[in-house]
Design a protein around this ligand. Sequence first.
Ligand code: SAM
Length: 259
Amino acid sequence: MHRARKRFGQNFLIDDGIIHAIIRVINPKAGMHLIEIGPGLGALTRPLWALTNKLDLLEIDRDLVAYWNRENIDGIRVIQGDALSFDFLEWAKIREKESIVCKVVGNLPYNISSPLLFHLVSAANYISEQIFMLQAEVVERLVAVAGSSDFSRLSVMLQARYHMEKVLDVPPEAFDPQPKVNSAVVRMVPRKDFMLSNHEWNALEKLVAAAFSQRRKMLRTNLRDYLGKIPLSEAQLKSRAQDISVGCYLEWARVLVNP
Ligand code: SAM
């Protein structure tokens, strides 16, 4: 009997309807290269395996790793490790050789979701799709459009790299133990038109962090170090970070690196 560990964000899915809705979104097929972050006791793992017969699991909790090793299921490879330091690029590079579909999926521990999403960006060129359950509030920020109150640093940075879509709302009752917050499932597809060099991406990170540093302040204040370096119109100087489109931030990052 496994006791859920709070420090690993263990809220196990128990609602069959929700589990199958998530599996339908993942749409697993034999031959796919699939990794599940945090399999826990297997709510998603078992139906995923039933449809693919081959699956990688990345789990930090040694007791759960031991559980999966004892289960010893043909086609399941268990990796003990922290998703925040796992080399997803190396894992996904198989695509270069075999051009197969690579998906990263999971009901993620909520305490690490933002850093994990940023960590995964480095592998985005090789990943076909990511499907994650996250705290609903984070999903709202991921899919927010410019001008809305949820539009934030997270929205700009991740929309610059992925097309994103909220696909499912999930209430606390779907889990045991129940989390205190609502959850939602997001589908993230790396953008094929993403063109930024590493240098430009770093410039974008700094610029967006500065723009959102004080949400209520105008860009004239938050971007005072950038005045004269990026083409800010009078109207933009008087606007706030959440009113600027992702495309505009991308353009400014390019101008900063290639003046
Ligand atoms: N997939 C299972 C489910 O839906 O019932 C469990 C989901 S539970 C919300 C999160 C899972 O991620 C747990 O199994 C937990 O041990 C694992 N986990 C937590 N932090 C992790 C990390 N840094 N790297 C890898 N796995 C982690």
